[in-house]
Design a protein around this ligand. Structure first.
Ligand code: SF4
Ligand code: SF4
Length: 249
């Protein structure tokens, strides 16, 4: 599985992607550049370095639009890293109002899931007797170990990622919701589909994809954008568990 794909009509076969790929997952076959699924760990280096914009990553915006059109309750779960990318003066409450304009019923902060995951890491490390362990929820590092260094699998601490944990939290509150994770990492698109936890998250949007959708709808969160006090219909706010914006009361 991979999130990145070479668009043959744009590719100039300059082989820059082949040079930067750290695990030799880019191949030249019959004059065409391709990414080998079984080797690719979805690190995104080829995407970053392609000088011709010939590498695309999967865009699930259409899928989210369809959830909304079909009348499903859609909840946006925001990766804590998004805090660092907000335009100057924009608050998460304003982003929550912005996604409501897109048709979402709720927005929630995945920080709380990240805290729960960190606490579980702490518990497992305290109970662990081996000297070595790999502590990460990064899907790229996990892919690297699972696909290329299986001998290190026993050192990989078996805790789910904040994204998956947050999907579980939100679906406990709103069982039929479609949870859309907004992230900075394209590899989450593949993590979402992993058969070990393929029902927790229904779609992944990267921050640029969400911004593009908002721009297309003429929605521009900025310093003066309203941070309206909107009801996240159906989400039971459990203090200390799931933070939902904006905070009411
Ligand atoms: S870097 Fe881009 S243009 Fe060059 S070979 Fe790779 S995909 Fe094609
Ligand atoms: S995403 Fe990373 S691992 Fe996959 S082909 Fe591109 S550079 Fe290689």
């Amino acid at each position: 599985m991979r999130a990145f794909e070479v668009k043959q009509d744009r590719c100039r076969v300059c082989l820059k992607c082949m040079q930067v790929c750290p695990i030799h997952a880019v191949e030249l076959q019959d004059g065409a550049v391709r990414v080998e699924d079984s080797r690719c760990v979805n690190c995104g280096l080829c995407y970053q370095h392609c000088p011709h914009g010939a590498i695309d990553w999967e865009d699930q915006t259409g899928m989210v639009r369809e959830f909304i059109r079909a009348g499903r309750k859609v909840i946006f779960s925001f990766d804590p890293a998004i805090y660092g990318l907000l335009p100057e003066g924009v608050l998460m409450e304003q982003m929550a109002a912005a996604v409501k304009k897109l048709g979402a019923c709720g927005a929630a902060d995945a920080s709380e899931a990240a805290a729960a995951v960190a606490s579980e890491y702490g518990r497992l490390i305290r109970e662990r007797h081996s000297e070595n362990f790999i502590l990460t929820h990064c899907p790229v590092v996990r892919n690297l170990v699972e696909q290329h260094w299986p001998e290190l699998l026993e050192d990989l601490i078996p805790v789910t990622s904040p994204m998956i944990a947050h999907g579980r939290m939100l679906k406990r509150d709103v069982p039929n919701a479609a949870v859309v994770y907004v992230t900075v990492c394209a590899a989450c698109t593949l993590e979402m589909r992993d058969v070990r936890h393929s029902t927790e998250i229904n779609a992944v949007l990267t921050w640029p994809q969400l911004q593009a959708w908002l721009r297309a709808e003429g929605i521009a969160p900025a310093a003066r954008f309203p941070a309206e006090c909107w009801s996240c219909s159906g989400i039971t706010r459990t203090p200390g568990r799931t933070a939902v914006w904006p905070h009411r009361g």
